[in-house]
Design a binder for this molecule. Structure first.
Ligand code: ZN
Length: 133
């Protein structure tokens, strides 16, 4: 497998609108795209920085993954996403190497990317997202 770059950092926020004040207004980043992910019960907002992006994640339902995360840990870094060349191949290879997968198969992420998560138990406590664009 080939990891190409850090694609983005996912940050859980209570409100994208409030989050925009720091990431947009204060840091001067440009909000490229915002998307409602109904299945995941969240809204994403992407701010490009060079070759990477900051992804703000706002929950739309306390029972969704971000809702639960915020309830337990509050706002903060939620996941690191790596761009890979071939996500199916990467998942098969990592599984073969004994890495615990959250998603056995890729699913549809924001912006039409194919994404899959690796379990923090196998990654030194970091929720890792693989994505292919
Ligand atoms: Zn992400």
């Amino acid at each position: 497998m080939k990891v190409i770059k850090i694609d983005h950092l996912g940050i859980a926020v209570n409100s994208i609108n409030k989050g925009k004040k720091f990431w947009g207004d204060r840091l001067g980043l440009w909000l490229e795209d915002s998307e409602v992910m109904a299945d995941e019960k969240l809204i994403t907002a992407f701010f490009p920085i060079g070759e990477s992006e900051i992804e703000l994640l706002e929950s739309t339902d306390p029972d969704g993954p971000i809702g639960k995360y915020l309830e337990k840990r509050g706002e903060g870094i939620h996941h690191v996403a790596f761009l890979v060349e071939n996500i199916e191949e990467a998942l098969a290879e990592l599984k073969e190497k004994g890495i615990r997968l959250v998603d056995e198969k890729p699913r549809k992420g924001a912006g039409g990317a194919k994404i899959a998560f690796l379990h923090p138990k196998s990654t030194n406590g970091v929720l890792v997202e693989l994505c292919e664009r």
